[in-house]
Design a protein around this ligand. Structure first.
Ligand code: HEM
Length: 93
């Protein structure tokens, strides 16, 4: 109950998990062909490595990605950002 009353602490924890994700990489096996935005296709059966660290430091999503700034997680600043831009616990299958 107390944690729910501490939104700034939550923002700080999230920003710490963004900057220093404890799990830096995960992998997935494609169960079907996956078409990328540029038209290339990852064939079914391929195993893909997904860099959580890289996603969390993508400068087109996170300006000045090396800077610790909890206000990135202020609800106002999260509008329009993909939920997939921050995945310290992965996102399931
Ligand atoms: C800051 C803390 C933690 C982070 C960032 C974290 C992150 C992750 C990530 C990224 C995965 C990989 C999931 C995937 O491949 O989709 C994972 C798997 C897992 N984590 Fe954690 N974890 C944390 C704490 C914990 C704790 C405290 C436990 C247990 C007490 C735990 C238990 C597990 C288990 C059992 C899996 C394997 C799930 C599976 O293979 O389906 N994790 N975790």
């Amino acid at each position: 109950d107390d944690l729910a009353q501490l939104p700034f602490l939550t923002m700080c924890i999230k920003e710490s998990l963004r900057l220093h994700p404890p799990v830096t990489i995960i992998s997935r096996c494609c169960t079907r062909d996956v078409e990328l935005p540029d038209g290339r296709v990852i064939p079914k059966g391929n195993i893909c490595s997904i860099s959580i660290f890289g996603i969390h430091h993508n400068p087109s999503v996170w300006p000045d990605p090396e800077v610790y700034d909890p206000f990135r997680f202020d609800p106002e600043n999260m509008k329009g950002r993909s939920p997939l831009a921050f995945i310290p616990f992965s996102v399931g299958p």
